[in-house]
Design a protein around this ligand. Structure first.
Ligand SMILES: *Cc1c(COP(=O)(O)O)cnc(C)c1O
Length: 464
């Protein structure tokens, strides 16, 4: 055995304690770690011949890279839509590679049962009906891809074809109808061979990012026999807006189309009786996307794809080989997801769902939403800033009072350099803007005050 490997095997308990110390210190200081960190070059090292041992690698990590780690697990990283990691999720994630069971199916009974139980717990948390079956994937992009792969299979079947077997050659393209779809929808259409251009952006309600349902109804009527796939948004990244899922669900009862709901973060509105109305109607969807590394606050990478059409999912992702378990009564993840071998992503989710339950998640969602709403009020009342959309759940989209593009870019760059809060830029109706998305369990009232000071100072400098 290699010397370094032999030494590490012998010293494993010591190494784990060293890693624990690093973790304890990083978590103790997480409130003061800069939310955002600017990119800079580090000295490169080549592959060592003998190896440094884990302790040597840990030293280099601490010296070169730990200072460059952003506070994305901390309380004021409000860019993109970013969850933190609950204590129970961290415990679950730490234990995952200790066992390193390959979550392909029944050959690993512990993994298979945990995954099934985690899906059940998440289904209860979100109030989804039993007809929707869930599969863990790496995130919302993959969940969108897996859902739309089934929609593609459904669309081909309408022409009497099996897309998984024969490909898409000679088939009429489906029509993909959406309001303000997330960019990952187009990426999924690209990966699936459907093509980005098959997606039609429909008119939005005035001043909203929600689709005009009357325009959707008439687009469906004008489809001329083409198979239609409707992609509805439950929580848009720019403003956190929601399509009227109840109205789209009602259309679904009268007309034949596939309904895919991208509820990556907005699905967690279902955890709270105050916000649940935003997803009313989503239960009629054919496929739904929910991200776990956002508001469930588990580590990357984790999302769940929900479907009413297991048989189509098995057609697309079934993976038969003599040495592999066949698709059984209990569908094996191996036959349901793009990956064959896969990490037991369910374990952190299982831990946190059991640890904090319905009340825990209700509180996190309501607190983040209340803080986002309070931030929106401060923005609306300030002379320096302008709120660009009402705060519907947890996203605050705003700009400078004078949103000249150079100023707004400077404003965001200043905040990055300052480090107290991390926001990401966007453009809304041609206006350059910043957006704050609150979806971490650590964020509290005092963080709003810290972030607000940083935002105001940067806005004043931006206007100067
Ligand atoms: C974040 C997000 C995605 C993409 O999710 P990843 O986890 O980054 O793959 C898709 N749709 C919506 C609405 C999102 O917020």
């Amino acid at each position: 055995m290699n010397r370094a490997l032999g030494r590490d095997a012998r010293d494993l308990p010591i190494l784990l304690r060293a890693a624990l110390e690093v973790a304890e210190q990083a978590l103790r200081d997480i409130d003061s770690r800069p939310a955002g960190v600017l990119m800079r070059a580090v000295e490169r090292v080549g592959l060592p011949r003998e190896g440094l041992g884990a302790a040597g690698a840990l030293d280099r990590f601490r010296a070169a890279f730990e200072p460059l780690m952003t506070g994305s697990a901390g309380p004021r990283y409000w860019g993109f839509v970013t969850g933190s990691v609950t204590p129970a999720a961290l415990v679950g994630d730490w234990l995952t590679p200790v066992f390193d069971n390959n979550a392909i199916g029944q050959t690993e009974p512990g993994a298979a049962l945990i995954e099934r139980e985690a899906i059940g717990l998440l289904r209860e948390l979100l109030g989804l009906p039993a007809e929707l079956a869930g599969t863990f994937v790496s995130g919302a992009t993959m969940a969108n891809m897996v859902g739309l792969a089934q929609a593609r299979q459904w669309a081909a079947a309408r022409s009497g074809a099996r897309a998984d077997r024969d490909g898409l050659y000679g088939l009429p393209p489906p029509r993909v109808l959406s309001g303000a779809a997330h960019a990952s929808i187009d990426k999924a259409l690209s990966m699936l061979g459907v093509g980005r251009r098959q997606r039609v952006s429909l008119p939005l309600m005035a001043g909203r990012q929600a689709v005009d349902v009357a325009a959707l109804a008439s687009a469906l009527d004008r489809a001329d026999g083409a198979a239609c796939i409707v992609v509805a948004s439950a929580g848009t990244a720019d403003t956190g807006d929601f399509d009227d899922l109840a109205a789209i669900g009602a259309l679904r009862r009268e007309r034949d189309f596939w309904l895919h709901v991208d509820a990556a973060f907005g699905g967690f509105a279902a955890c709270s009786p105050i916000h649940r109305h935003l997803v009313d109607g989503w239960e009629s969807a054919d496929s739904i996307t929910v991200d776990c590394h956002k508001w469930l606050n588990v580590p990357y990478d984790s999302g769940v794809q929900w479907t009413r059409h297991r048989e189509l999912q098995l057609q697309v992702f079934g993976n038969s080989a003599a040495y592999l378990p066949p698709p059984g009564a209990e569908a094996e993840p191996l036959h349901l997801a793009p990956e064959n071998s896969r990490r037991l992503r369910a374990l952190p989710a299982w831990f946190t769902l059991l640890a904090y339950g319905a009340d825990g998640y209700r509180e996190i969602v309501e607190r983040d939403a209340a803080l986002a709403s309070a931030l929106g009020e401060r923005v609306a009342a300030s002379a320096e800033l302008r709120l660009l959309a009402p705060v519907r759940l947890n996203v605050v989209c705003f700009t400078l009072a004078d949103p000249e593009p150079g100023r707004v870019a400077r404003f965001i760059a200043e905040l990055r350099a300052d480090g107290r809060v991390f926001l990401t830029p966007t453009t809304l109706g041609g206006v350059p803007a910043a957006r704050a998305a609150l979806s971490g369990w650590r964020t509290e009232e005092r963080d709003l005050d810290v972030a607000w000071s940083a935002i105001l100072e940067a806005a004043r400098r931006g206007h100067a």
